[in-house]
Write a protein that binds this ligand. Structure first.
Ligand code: URP
Ligand code: ZN
Ligand code: ZN
Length: 486
C-alpha cells in the first residue's frame, strides 16, 4: 500500500517546506521537492493513490495525550469507547492518543488496569494508542511493579491525583516521584487541593447553592495553583523529578511553573482548548430550550469538569503561556458524557459526572484560533499538538514528525475551509458539542494513519482494530531529542 502526496506545504515543529511525500507500508519512504509517480513504480509498483495537496498544509498527525475513553467515574461511565473516541479523534486530525487509565477496584495492581485497558482498546481503536498508568495507592508492591510497567509494558508515564477518592498524600507523592524518576518515567499530576475544595463545597452546599456555577466557585483557581506549587516543591525534594501538570487552567499556577523554569526545573505543562476558549460564564447560561424536558441548569451542566472553566484573566494568562512556551502541550481531557448523563446534575452540581468531549476539536480549534488569528506560528502549532506530546511521552520520532522512516500519520489541512462547529458534524458518542457555534477558518480534510486514508472530507473510512498499541520509550530517550532541539 503506497500513497503519494504532491504539492504539499509540509510543516514540522521547526521547518516548513514545499514537498512531495511518498508513503509505503505505513512508513514515510521518501520526501523530495518532486516525486514522479512513474519513478516510484506507478500503479504496478503498488501506488494506490495520488493526492494533490496544493494550497494545503500537511502536518504530522495530532497526538492527544489526555483522553478518557471507557472511563467509569463512579456515578457514570463515559459514552466514548476506544472505537467512537478514536473515530472522533481521527476526524479532527488526531492520529495518536494516550489515554489515562481509570481507577480500578481499591487495592488493585497497575497491571490489573493495564490488562483491562488492553481489552478495551484491542480490536476497537482506529488509530494508534497507548495508556498512562494511574497510581491510586502506594505500597511496596506498586513501587516494584512500576519497573515492569515501564521496561516491559512500555508505559513510561503515570498520573497521580491530589483530589478525588484515590488522592495521594505528600509522603506517597514523594515515594512515587522518586521511584518514577529512577525509572525514567514521567509523573503526570492532577493538581487540586482536596481539603480546600471539600471545605468550600460543604459550605456552598450547606447554603443550598447547587447550580452549575457553584461547581466552579467550589474549586477556585487558588485550589489548583496551591497544588501546582506544592508539586513543584515536592518534585525538587524528590531529587528533581520531572513532572507534567495536566489540564492547567489558571494563571497563578502558570506563574509558579514559569518561576520553576527560570530555576531550570523540569516542569512541563499542558492546557486544553476549553481553558483557552470557553469561560466561567458558561455555568450561568440557562437552558434556552422551551421544552418541558429542559431544566435551567442543563446548559451549564455541559461544562462541569475539574478544574472548571475560569474567567478572562486566566484565559489571557494561559494564551500568554502558550505563546511564550511556558505551556508545552495542548491536550483535551476528553471525558465525554451524554446530556442525559450530565442531567444527573439537575439535583446539584455534585451529582454531575465531570468531563466533556473535545478530542475532535483540538487540532481545528488551535489552528483557527492560534495560527489563523496570528497568535502562534504554524510551526509552534505543530509543536503543541503533535511534536512535544510525542517527545515527552516516548513516541518521537516515530510520531510527531514528518521525516523519512517515521510513521505515515499525516493530516492535510485546508486553510480556506470555513466550518461552524456543531454537534451534527461530530463523530463521538456524546450528543452535544461544547464548542457549538464557534466559527473556524481552516479544517482537516484528510487523515492518514500509518499510510491509510482513514478520514476524507469529514467522512470516516477506516476500520476498528487498525490502531496499534504503542510501546513507549522512557523519558531519557525522549530528552535526547528535546535537548538537541531535533
Ligand atoms: O473533569 C474532568 N477533567 N474529568 C476527567 C478526569 C480528570 O480529572 O482528568
Ligand atoms: Zn485530571
Ligand atoms: Zn483527565
Amino acid at each position: 500500500m503506497s500513497v503519494l502526496i504532491k504539492n504539499a506545504t509540509l510543516v514540522n515543529a521547526d521547518t516548513s517546506e514545499r514537498a512531495d511525500i511518498l508513503t509505503r507500508n505505513g512508513i514515510i519512504e521518501k520526501i523530495a521537492s518532486e516525486i514522479e509517480p512513474s519513478e516510484v513504480g506507478g500503479v504496478e509498483g503498488g501506488l494506490t493513490e495520488i493526492i494533490d495537496a496544493a494550497g494545503h498544509y500537511v502536518i504530522p498527525g495530532g497526538v492527544d495525550v489526555h483522553t478518557h475513553f471507557n472511563i467509569d467515574v463512579g456515578i457514570a461511565t463515559s459514552c466514548d469507547d476506544f472505537y467512537s473516541g478514536t473515530v472522533s479523534a481521527a476526524c479532527g486530525g488526531t492520529t495518536t492518543i494516550v489515554d489515562h487509565m481509570g481507577f480500578g477496584p481499591a487495592g488493585c495492581s497497575l497491571h490489573h488496569q493495564l490488562e483491562r485497558y488492553h481489552e478495551f482498546a484491542r480490536d476497537k481503536a482506529v488509530i494508534d494508542y497507548s495508556f498512562h498508568g494511574t497510581i491510586q495507592h502506594i505500597n511496596d508492591g506498586i513501587l516494584r511493579e512500576m519497573e515492569s510497567m515501564v521496561q516491559e509494558e512500555g508505559i513510561s508515564s503515570f498520573k497521580i491525583y491530589l483530589t478525588y477518592d484515590f488522592k495521594l498524600n505528600d509522603s506517597e507523592i514523594l515515594a512515587a516521584l522518586e521511584r518514577l524518576n529512577q525509572l525514567n518515567a514521567l509523573t503526570c499530576v492532577h493538581p487540586e487541593n482536596d481539603g480546600a475544595i471539600r471545605f468550600l463545597k460543604e459550605r456552598i452546599l450547606g447554603q443550598g447553592s447547587n447550580a452549575p456555577i457553584y461547581h466552579a466557585l467550589s474549586r477556585p483557581p487558588e485550589c489548583e495553583a496551591e497544588a501546582v506549587g506544592r508539586m513543584i516543591n515536592l518534585a525538587t525534594l524528590a531529587g528533581d523529578a520531572p513532572i507534567y501538570i495536566v489540564h492547567l487552567s489558571n494563571g497563578i499556577g502558570l506563574e509558579y511553573i514559569r518561576q520553576a523554569h527560570q530555576r531550570g526545573q523540569a516542569v512541563f505543562a499542558e492546557t486544553c482548548p476549553q481553558y483557552l476558549l470557553l469561560d466561567i460564564n458558561k455555568y450561568n447560561t440557562m437552558s434556552d430550550q422551551v421544552s418541558i424536558a429542559s431544566h435551567p441548569y442543563d446548559e451549564g451542566l455541559k461544562y462541569i469538569m475539574s478544574p472548571p472553566l475560569r474567567d478572562h484573566y486566566h484565559q489571557n494568562q494561559l494564551w500568554q503561556g502558550v505563546i511564550d512556551g511556558t505551556i508545552s502541550t495542548l491536550a483535551t481531557d476528553h471525558c465525554a458524557f451524554t446530556l442525559a448523563q450530565k442531567r444527573a446534575g439537575r439535583d446539584g452540581f455534585q451529582y454531575c459526572p465531570n468531563g466533556m468531549p473535545g478530542v475532535e476539536n483540538r487540532v481545528p480549534l488551535l489552528f483557527s484560533e492560534g495560527v489563523m488569528k496570528d497568535r502562534i506560528s504554524i510551526n509552534h502549532f505543530v509543536e503543541l499538538v503533535s511534536t512535544r506530546p510525542a517527545q515527552l511521552f516516548g513516541l518521537y520520532p516515530r510520531k510527531g514528525l514528518i521525516a523519512e522512516g517515521a510513521d505515515a500519520d499525516l493530516v492535510i489541512i485546508d486553510p480556506t475551509k470555513e466550518v461552524t462547529l456543531s454537534q451534527g458534524l461530530m463523530h463521538g458518542g456524546s450528543d452535544y458539542c461544547p464548542y457549538e457555534g464557534i466559527k473556524l477558518l481552516g479544517y482537516p480534510v484528510m487523515t492518514l494513519s500509518r499510510g491509510r486514508v482513514i478520514v476524507r472530507d469529514g467522512q470516516f473510512i477506516g476500520r476498528p482494530g487498525h490502531g496499534r498499541f504503542l510501546h513507549r520509550q522512557p523519558l531519557n530517550e525522549c530528552y535526547r531529542y528535546w535537548e538537541n532541539g531535533e
